[in-house]
Design a protein around this ligand. Structure first.
Ligand code: FAD
Length: 385
């Protein structure tokens, strides 16, 4: 059985490893010419870590993962702690520690596990099609490749999705912009093993540890879509946006590197339940583009990869049945995560200011129980539950 995978992001690479474990011949094609992930880091929640462990990467993942022992919310203006609690109850309940991980390191780990030199870089898919016996990809350089299946792991602006759905679909602007990057750990911002989130005025400023004594940081700022931004100016923009915020936030703004700080307009896509057309299937953001508000987009892509493996394990000689089983296993779960993230995003970013104010009040009397229950609700339900 041969699989052609388009897109060497965390979804495509996880799928490549998962299918190789089943003995597939796998070819991975990626449009960029070098491995340069967009964005600084992600939180790989316990469900994502379980998938990486399943792909044989338990030791490697633990090595590049940050240690997250506790979580806190802080009043963005006063710097007063609203609530602080241990992550241990979550780890005990789901049986796996989560790991925030720098994207470059996650990507490198996955690429090395598959075989970096076996990835075909600089190959842009321009068309895909399926017929009775094969699925075929055409590249911008005029070449083609075909296999028993094609997996479109080509991200949020997926061309494979257009093929599967029969046309383009419009993504939705979530109403806010996310600035993110990496800084050295500084306990003036937050404790070294804590996920600290400053909130106020429908905004959020967060730091969480990744390996190498670094914090992954992000700022969420509600604003209209399309506001111009010049790369390198993040410090000035954030200093103006957060001028009256607490000292920890000012320290972060002073210490971040504007040259490497990313700015992303956050969009998502209404869930859809057709992921397969003939021998072509979508996976990862191509299939479920979510806001990052519950940190599950990448984890969900990893779940897709494991579910795809299970589908072919159960239907080893029948790609059509296997892809059907993959679709049946994933659409509801992935769509649920998209909608959960959207709901969380609306509360965090002041879609209804009264609900946001009520959430701030809840945080002041929270002992961690409700927040952990919510996170566990996101984590469970995947192929490895
Ligand atoms: P991508 O990573 O987008 O990879 C797609 C690949 O396909 C790219 O390399 C692209 O170059 C390639 N490609 C595209 N088109 C073509 C083509 N025509 N031909 C060839 N190659 C092509 N998720 C989490 O789990 N936890 C988090 O904490 C988290 N935080 C996030 C924070 C932000 C600000 C954002 C924006 C997202 C966050 N996510 C998080 C989501 C996560 O980044 C995505 O879900 C994940 O990257 C999806 O992986 P993917 O492989 O499907 O797509």
């Amino acid at each position: 059985m041969k699989a052609v995978i388009v897109g060497a992001g965390m979804g495509g690479m996880s799928a490549a490893i998962a299918l190789e474990q089943l003995g597939f011949e796998v070819e991975v094609y990626e449009q960029v010419t070098e491995n340069k992930p967009v964005g600084a880091a992600i939180s790989v929640w316990s469900n994502g870590v379980k998938c990486l462990n399943h792909l044989g990467l338990e030791k490697e993942t633990a090595e590049i993962g940050g240690i997250l022992d506790s979580m806190s919310y802080v009043d963005g203006f006063t710097g007063d702690t609203m609530c602080r609690f241990s992550m241990q109850p979550l780890i005990d309940e789901v049986g796996q520690r989560p790991y925030p991980i720098a994207r470059a390191e996650l990507q490198q780990m996955l690429m090395d596990a598959y075989g970096f030199d076996d990835i075909h870089f600089g190959k842009e898919m321009v068309a895909v099609r399926s017929d009775e016996n094969r699925a075929t990809v055409e590249f911008a350089d005029g070449t083609t490749d075909s296999g028993d299946i094609v997996i479109g792991a080509d991200g949020a602006r997926s061309l494979a999705r257009e093929y599967v759905l029969g046309g383009p679909v419009a993504r939705r602007y979530a109403g806010y912009v996310n600035f993110n990057g990496l800084v050295e750990v500084d306990e003036k911002i937050g404790p070294a093993t804590e996920w600290t989130t400053y909130v106020g005025d429908s905004r959020r400023v967060s730091v969480m540890p990744v390996a190498g004594n670094r914090f992954y940081f992000f700022f969420d700022v509600p604003m209209p879509e399309g506001v111009p931004f010049e790369r390198g100016t993040a410090r000035e923009v954030l200093a103006a946006e957060f001028a009256d915020w607490a000292p920890g936030v000012q320290t972060l703004i002073a210490e971040l590197d504007p040259a490497t700080t990313n700015r992303v307009e956050i969009l998502d896509l209404d869930p859809f339940d057709i992921w397969v057309k003939g021998r072509v299937a979508v996976l990862g953001d191509a299939a479920h583009n979510t806001t990052p508000d519950i940190g599950q987009g990448g984890c969900s892509a990893m779940e897709d990869a494991v579910a795809l493996q299970f589908a072919f394990r159960d239907h080893p000689d029948d790609p059509i049945a296997a892809l059907d089983a993959y679709q049946a296993a994933r659409t509801e779960r992935a769509g649920d995560l998209v909608l959960r993230a959207r709901k969380r995003s609306d509360v965090t970013h002041g879609k209804d200011p009264e609900k946001t104010a009520a959430w701030y009040d809840e945080l002041r009397s929270e002992d961690g129980t409700n927040i952990i229950r919510g996170i566990v609700g996101n984590i469970v339900g995947g192929p490895l539950t």
